[in-house]
Ligand binder design. Structure first.
Ligand code: C2E
Ligand code: MG
Ligand code: MG
Ligand code: MG
Length: 292
């Protein structure tokens, strides 16, 4: 029937599926090899306080140092890693590596200020049996206190996983903070806030991009910060690229922010130096991050 349909949707659908399956199988095999070879590494992007830019955390963002293609961004391989299931071992590595790195900032370098490290978690990882045990094991192995860790989940990841609410409660009970990432782009945002122990909303870049020129966009961004404040949640504006945005976000009541305007994802040693330099300094010391 698909053939008869000629240019109909099925006729064009099958080759796409085949292509994707082929692409996934190939990339899956490559990713497996890359894990064995240790080709992944983490960068960390500071989360800063408005308006003084003091780092209050850092988000771990995975990179693949491909032997011939150079640095591959996660948008190019995380979706395939999710479809092939490789995200489970890769995500476990990211979690362990982020905890180990952050524990070194804390115990090895004396960065004892009030910062957290955040790790992105896929739906597939959340669906794993005993995912909360993986989290507690990563904390125990690294000696990172649970209060230093935040996990980031999208609304869709939480929504897709029936076991999520229970798993997330176990994780929250450990003392780990839970952030809803890309907030506003998934579904059922408001119901989720009631059912899972969220402590931070990360407002997606797409809601931040046009706040300075569009009153409608500014209204949405203001509504989210008011929602967060009312529910006593932390709120982070993602993808801030300009001083004008940062100023406006501060006026709207945003206290935390992340974006190229403040800092790009950077090597762990650089974040470590920022956090170490911060210790014992009064907040009024001014910007620790240079403008980009
Ligand atoms: P995300 O978790 O929403 O992370 C934020 C992304 O926005 C990062 O891209 C960051 O580099 C980028 N970004 C931050 N500030 C700005 C800005 O001002 N302008 C622009 N244009 N971009 C900005 P990155 O590192 O390429 O990661 C993309 C996505 O890949 C992440 O989005 C996350 O969903 C996923 N990802 C990254 N690392 C991991 C991981 O270890 N595990 C999983 N499951 N997903 C990951
Ligand atoms: Mg994230
Ligand atoms: Mg995000
Ligand atoms: Mg994102």
């Amino acid at each position: 029937a698909a053939k008869e349909a000629g240019k109909g949707q099925y006729a064009s659908y099958h080759p796409d599926l085949d292509e994707r399956a082929h692409y996934d199988a190939q990339l899956g095999a490559e990713l497996r090899l890359a894990m064995e070879r240790g080709e992944f590494r983490l960068l960390f992007q500071p989360v800063v306080r408005l308006p003084d830019r003091h780092p209050v955390g850092a988000e771990a963002l995975v990179r693949w140092d491909h032997p011939s293609r150079g640095v591959v961004s996660p948008d190019e391989f995380i979706p395939a890693a999710e479809r092939t299931g490789l995200i489970v071992p890769l995500g476990a590595w990211v979690l362990q590596e982020a905890c180990r790195t952050a524990a070194d900032w804390l115990h090895g370098h004396g960065a004892t200020g009030p910062w957290t490290v955040s790790v992105n978690i896929s739906a597939r990882q959340l669906r794993e049996a005993h995912f909360s045990r993986r989290v507690s094991a990563a904390l125990a192995a690294s000696r990172l206190p649970a209060e230093r860790l935040m996990i980031e989940l999208t609304e869709t990841a939480v929504f897709d996983s029936r076991a999520a609410a229970q798993t997330l409660r176990e994780i929250a009970d450990l003392g780990v903070a839970i952030a809803l990432d890309d907030f506003g782009t998934g579904h059922s945002s408001l119901g989720l806030l009631r059912n899972i122990p969220v402590s931070v909303l990360k407002v997606d870049k797409s809601f931040i991009d046009h706040i300075t020129e569009s009153p409608a966009e500014a209204t949405i961004a203001t509504a989210v910060v008011s929602l967060a404040n009312g529910l006593d949640l932390g709120v982070v504006a993602e993808g801030v690229e300009s001083a004008a945005q940062a100023r406006q976000l501060h006026l709207m009541g945003y206290q935390l922010s992340q974006g190229y305007h403040f800092a790009r994802p950077m090597a762990p040693e650089r974040v470590r130096d920022l956090l170490v330099a911060l210790d014992g300094r009064p907040a009024a010391d001014g910007p620790l991050l240079e403008r980009q």
